[in-house]
Design a protein around this ligand. Sequence first.
Ligand SMILES: Nc1ncnc2c1ncn2[C@@H]1O[C@H](COP(=O)(O)OP(=O)(O)OP(=O)(O)O)[C@@H](O)[C@H]1O
Length: 250
Amino acid sequence: MLKVSKLKKVYDGGVQALENVSFEVPKGQFLAVIGLSGSGKSTLLRCINRLIEPTEGKIIFDGEDVTAASEDELRHIRRKIGMVFQHFNLVQRSSVLTNVLAGRLGYVNPVWSLFNRFPASDLEKAMRELDRVGIADKAKYRADELSGGQQQRVGIARAMMQEPHLVLADEPVASLDPVLAHSIMQYLEKINKEDGVTVLCSLHFLDLVHRYADRVIALNQGQLVFDGLPQEINDEKFKEIYGRDAERVG
Ligand SMILES: Nc1ncnc2c1ncn2[C@@H]1O[C@H](COP(=O)(O)OP(=O)(O)OP(=O)(O)O)[C@@H](O)[C@H]1O
């Protein structure tokens, strides 16, 4: 469902963040993206829906050429791609429910959304999604009244409002207390296994990769240095991915 070919990104100022990155993702896969800080994980995820413009290369998603899409086509493609962010990206002063409904913005009439009016079916769906992540009782709270773990659950519910085919999760547990990481990962696992949503998720900890990912790709200085099963990352591969000085933790 996703094909990335020879992707390259050079930022203004000359930093080469991605070089010749190619891989394919079949529908329904849970793919982890790993690599040291600065290796290009965020850049890769954001190039896929063109939040960042790739410099070269091609991205095909659901049979459509994302890289060649017009603004209109891109809007349509982005509806099908949900995003979950490291720092949650919620509107802090708005209610949990309003934040979740924001996931519907690609669908509703913009005039309605200006007045914060959403169809009853969207409200019902928002409550269902909040229920699935276990915080329906927090719908009326302001986002900034929630803990980090709860805010990330709102982030997942918001992404699910789009009825996405693909979710891009950019270090979704990196800002959380490590003991909360599994609960958030389990929600991502649920949408992957129960709804068949394909997930691309960058992660720092290999134990999470082993526990949740079907497959893993690794970046080192913008280059793809590994593409395989989590259990194939032996000590030698580990050093190739993270460098000679790296030591396993967890
Ligand atoms: N907007 C930008 N302008 C210039 N350089 C950038 C920009 N964003 C990222 N970079 C650089 O591109 C490289 C890849 O960064 P990226 O954020 O994709 O890595 P990452 O693996 O996601 O890192 P982290 O785990 O710290 O988020 C780094 O050298 C970074 O400094």
